[in-house]
Design a protein. Structure first.
Lengths: 353, 179, 263
C-alpha cells in the first residue's frame, strides 16, 4: 500500500475495519466523531455490525455483549464519554473478555472543550473503573502509529483476554498526515470456545463477574493479577531518541511526545545533549528503563497536556536518582516547541549549579 | 533542506482548509513528509478557519507551531493574528482584495495579491485560495506547480469538477504574480 | 446443591425438570414467584426446541444468579444494561435467541433508557420483566414501581408522590414505541394466571424467532419477605393493590404477532 494523506480519526477507524473489526458501537462526541461516521458507512457496506447507541453507557454495554460473542469489537469516544463507559469497562475487565476502546482526549474537567488534552491519563491508566484491574494502554503519537496500534490492540486484547485502550488526543484525531493502511484482513469466522453463542452440543458457557464469596473473588483477583504481571513482563513498549549520549532526558507521550522530537532537535543545535523517551504503553509503563536512564542523565523534564499525571509514574520510576521537572499546559492548550525548549534550558541551568 | 511551516487562514468558506490540504497532498506526491492540522470546533462554523501545514524533507515533529515560516491570509483578522508571527526571513501572502491594511514588517517578504478581485474576474471569487496557493508555491519552491495541479485533479470533489480548469488557471496566475 | 431423584422401577415418571433448567436449588425466599417464572421460561425454551440457541442476559437484582438455574449460555449484565448487552449479543449472533430477565429497578429505573431504546430499535430480543414493586436484593427499598403510600426501607412514611413521583408504567411506555411489537402485563399468583404468563412468554420468544421485533412480558409478582407478609397474603395483595396501578393486559400486539399460533 502506498502512503496517503489520512485524518487520524478516519485512519484508526479504517485500520480497525482492515484488521477484521466485526462490530462497532459508539455515540458521537467531538473530537472523534469522524471515526463513527466513517464506520457507519463502511461496516454496513461490508455487512458487519455498526450501531449508534443511545449513550456511551449503552455503547460500552453493547461492546460487552458483542465481546461475549467472541467477535472483534471496538468503541471510540472522548473524555466525557469515557467517564460514562467506566462502568462497563470494569465489567469487561472482571469478565476477562477482549475489547478495544479508543479515547481521543479533550480538555476537561466537566464539559471542558474539544481541544487536544492528555488529562485523562489517571482515568485511563489508574482508575478505569471500580475494582483492581489494569487495561493495556497504548499511546500513539502519529497517524501512522494509531493505525499500527489498532492492529496491536486487537492482538493483545485477544492474546490476554483483556481490555486495551488507545490513549489518543484531539490533535491526532483531527490531524492529516501521510500514512499507510494495512491490507484488508479476512474477518475471523470461528468463535472462541469460551464465547456465549448458544450451548450447541456442549455445556452452557457463563460470562460473569459476580463471585459472592470473598475467597472465591480473591482467587479471581489473584488470577487476574498473575495475568497482569505477565503483561507487564512482556508488553512494555517505548521509543528512545538520541539517549546514548544524553545527559538531559525529555519524557513525553502522544502528541507532546512528537512535539518533543522537535524540542530535542532544537536543543541539540544549541549544544545541549538532550534525549527523549516516549512511552508507547502507559500501562505497563517503561519504569525500569526510565530508572536506568535516571542514573545516566543529570535531570529529566516531563511534559504533558495536563497538570502532571504521567509525571507521577516517571517520578516513581526515577526514584530520586535524578531531578524530575515538569512542564504542562492544560485546558486544551498544546505546548509549543519554544516553551518546552525554555524549560529544557532552565533545567540545564538548575542541574549545572 | 526543504521545510515549510505554513498557516492558511481566512473566513470559513474561503477555502483556507482546502488550499492547505492540496499543499499536503502535493507534498506526499513529491515524497515529502507532511502534516495538516485544522483549528476545529465552534470557530469552524462561520468564523475564522485556519490550518497548519508542514511540508518537510525530514519527519515532522510538532504539527502545531507558534511561528510559521509562511502565512497565507485571506482576510483582515488573519493578517492581524498571523502577520506578526511569521518567522524573520519568512513569507506573508495577503489577499489584498479583502485586507485594507499593510504589514509594516521589513524582516519578511510580503506579497500582496488582489486575489478575490482577480478570481471574480476569472469567474468565481472562491478561487482566491488557489491564486494565493499558486503564489506561495512560486515564492517558496517547496513543491512544483505541476504537481499541485495534478493533485487538484485527484482531489477536487465531483461537485466542483467544472471548476477544475479555472482553478488551474488561478494557480498559474497566482504563481505569475509572485514572480 | 443439586437434587438427585431416583425413580423406583414400579413408578411412572409424570413430572420432571425441563431440560433448560438445572437441578440446582434456588436461593429465592420461600413464596417467591421467581422460581415459577424461571421454570416457565425453561418450559418455553424446551417446547420451542431452542435450548442450544439461547443466550440469556442476567440482571442485577434478586434474579442476578438466574444463570445457575437455566441450562443455557448466560452473561451477567451491569444493573440496567441487559438490553444493551443483549443488543450486542443479538447483533453479532443474529441466528440465536437472546433474552433478558429483569426486575423493576433494573428495567424501569437505572436501565429505562437502555430498555426503551432497545425496544424502539425493534431489537430482536425478548424481555421477561418481574414487577414486585420493591427492591428485593438490596433490602426492600423503594422501586420505580412502588405504590403511592407504600412503606419501604427508603420510604419510611410511605411513598410520597410529591417527593418520589409515581409508579412507572413500564409496559405502557414500552408499548408506545414503534419497534416494540408485543408488550403484555401478566401476573403469577395462581394456576390460571401462571398458565397465561407462560403463554405470553412463549409468544414473546416466538416473536423473536419470527424476527418481528422487540417483545416484553411484564409479570406482576410478590415479595413476601420485603412486604412483610405471608406468601398467600402477598399474592392477594398483588391482585388487590397492584392491579389498580398496573392493570393486566396486552398493550401492544401487531397483527403479525396476533397471527402466531401459540399452543
Amino acid at each position: 500500500m502506498a502512503k496517503e494523506l489520512l485524518k487520524g480519526n478516519v485512519a484508526f477507524a479504517e485500520a480497525a475495519v482492515r484488521n477484521g473489526l466485526q462490530a462497532y458501537f459508539g455515540y458521537p462526541i467531538t473530537p472523534q466523531s469522524e471515526a463513527l461516521e466513517h464506520l457507519s458507512g463502511r461496516m454496513l457496506e461490508l455487512d458487519r455490525v455498526f450501531l449508534q447507541a443511545e449513550s456511551e453507557v449503552a455503547a460500552i454495554n453493547m461492546v460487552y455483549g458483542a465481546a461475549c460473542s467472541g467477535v472483534r469489537v471496538m468503541t471510540s469516544t472522548s473524555g466525557p464519554g469515557f467517564s460514562l463507559m467506566t462502568e462497563g469497562l470494569s465489567y469487561i475487565a472482571g469478565s476477562e473478555i477482549p475489547a478495544v476502546v479508543i479515547n481521543m482526549m479533550r480538555g476537561g474537567p466537566g464539559l471542558g472543550n474539544i481541544q487536544p488534552s492528555q488529562a485523562d491519563y489517571f482515568l485511563m491508566v489508574k482508575t478505569a473503573g471500580h475494582g483492581d484491574f489494569h487495561p493495556i494502554v497504548l499511546a500513539p503519537s502519529s497517524v501512522q502509529e494509531i493505525i499500527d496500534m489498532v492492529g496491536l490492540a486487537f492482538e493483545l486484547a485477544e492474546k490476554y483476554r483483556t481490555l486495551v485502550y488507545i490513549a489518543g488526543d484531539g490533535a491526532i484525531g483531527q490531524m492529516m498526515e501521510s500514512a499507510e493502511l494495512p491490507p484488508m484482513q479476512e474477518v475471523r469466522q470461528e468463535r472462541p470456545a469460551w464465547a456465549t453463542t448458544g450451548a450447541q452440543g456442549r455445556e452452557p458457557n457463563l460470562i460473569n463477574s459476580l463471585y459472592l464469596g470473598a475467597k472465591a473473588l480473591e482467587e479471581v483477583n489473584l488470577r487476574l493479577q498473575k495475568k497482569l504481571a505477565e503483561i507487564k513482563a512482556h508488553e512494555i513498549r517505548w521509543q528512545e531518541y538520541e539517549t546514548e549520549d544524553a545527559d538531559l532526558l525529555l519524557v513525553a507521550y502522544g502528541t507532546v511526545g512528537r512535539i518533543c522530537t522537535s524540542v530535542m532537535r532544537e536543543a541539540r543545535k544549541q549544544g545541549l545533549k538532550v534525549g527523549l523517551l516516549r512511552p508507547q504503553t502507559l500501562w505497563p509503563f517503561p519504569e525500569e528503563r526510565i530508572h536506568e536512564l535516571a542514573g545516566q542523565v543529570r535531570g529529566m523534564l516531563v511534559t504533558e497536556m495536563s497538570a502532571g499525571q504521567m509525571l507521577e509514574d516517571v517520578e516513581r520510576s526515577a526514584a530520586g536518582k535524578c531531578p524530575v521537572k515538569f512542564y504542562g499546559r492544560m485546558g486544551g492548550v498544546v505546548p509549543m516547541v519554544d516553551e518546552i525548549l525554555a524549560e529544557v534550558q532552565k533545567l540545564d541551568e538548575e542541574v549545572s549549579r | 533542506m526543504k521545510h515549510e511551516e505554513t498557516i492558511f487562514s481566512g473566513f470559513g468558506g474561503q477555502g483556507a482548509l482546502f488550499a492547505g490540504q492540496l499543499l499536503a497532498y502535493t507534498g506526499i506526491a513529491e515524497n515529502l513528509y507532511v502534516t495538516w492540522i485544522p483549528s476545529y470546533g465552534p470557530e469552524m462554523r462561520g468564523g475564522t478557519a485556519n490550518c497548519t501545514v508542514i511540508v518537510s524533507e525530514e519527519e515532522v515533529g510538532a504539527p502545531i507551531i507558534s511561528k510559521p515560516t509562511a502565512a497565507i491570509v485571506l482576510n483582515l483578522p488573519s493578517l492581524e493574528k498571523y502577520g506578526p508571527l511569521v518567522k524573520p526571513g519568512g513569507l506573508l501572502i495577503v489577499n489584498e482584495s479583502l485586507v485594507p491594511a499593510r504589514c509594516e514588517r521589513d524582516d519578511i517578504r510580503v506579497i500582496y495579491i488582489p486575489a478575490s478581485d482577480i478570481a471574480t474576474e476569472m469567474g468565481n471569487p472562491r478561487m482566491a485560495n488557489m491564486l494565493l496557493l499558486g503564489a506561495f508555491v512560486q515564492a517558496t519552491g517547496i513543491v512544483s506547480l505541476e504537481t499541485v495541479m495534478s493533485e487538484l485533479e485527484k482531489h477536487l470533489s465531483e461537485r466542483q469538477r467544472k471548476w477544475l480548469e479555472p482553478n488551474k488557471e488561478a494557480l498559474q496566475k497566482g504563481a505569475e504574480l509572485a514572480r | 446443591m443439586t437434587v438427585a431423584v431416583k425413580i423406583p422401577e414400579d413408578m411412572e415418571l409424570i413430572y420432571e425438570y425441563p431440560e433448560a433448567m438445572t437441578t440446582t436449588y434456588t436461593h429465592y425466599c420461600p413464596g417467591c414467584p421467581h422460581g415459577i417464572v424461571h421454570r416457565l421460561v425453561a418450559e418455553v425454551i424446551d417446547e420451542l426446541g431452542i435450548r442450544e440457541k439461547c443466550i440469556g442476559v442476567a440482571p442485577v437484582g434478586c434474579s442476578v444468579m438466574i444463570y445457575k438455574y437455566l441450562n443455557v449460555d448466560f452473561v451477567e449484565a451491569a444493573h440496567g444494561r441487559a438490553p444493551a448487552m443483549a443488543t450486542g449479543l443479538k447483533r453479532t449472533n443474529p441466528d440465536k435467541i437472546v433474552f433478558t430477565y429483569q426486575g423493576d429497578g433494573d428495567i424501569a429505573a437505572i436501565g429505562i433508557a437502555e430498555a426503551l431504546h432497545a425496544a424502539n430499535r425493534g431489537e430482536l430480543i425478548s424481555t421477561v420483566f418481574i414487577n414486585n414493586a420493591i427492591y428485593g436484593m438490596t433490602g426492600g427499598q423503594m422501586a420505580p414501581t412502588t405504590l403511592p403510600g407504600m412503606v419501604t426501607t427508603s420510604t419510611p412514611f410511605g411513598r410520597d408522590v410529591r417527593l418520589a413521583g409515581y409508579p412507572v408504567p413500564m409496559s405502557e411506555l414500552l408499548a408506545q414505541v414503534e419497534g416494540a411489537v408485543y408488550v403484555t402485563r401478566q401476573m403469577a399468583t395462581d394456576l390460571v394466571s401462571i398458565r397465561k404468563t407462560k403463554k405470553a412468554i412463549k409468544r414473546a420468544f416466538m416473536v423473536q424467532l419470527a424476527g418481528l421485533g422487540y417483545s416484553s412480558v411484564e409479570v406482576l409478582s410478590s415479595c413476601s419477605t420485603n412486604w412483610n407478609m405471608g406468601p398467600w397474603e402477598a399474592l392477594e395483595w398483588v391482585k388487590e393493590k397492584m392491579i389498580p396501578y398496573f392493570p393486566l393486559g396486552t398493550f401492544k400486539m401487531t397483527d403479525e404477532v396476533k397471527a402466531l399460533k401459540v399452543k
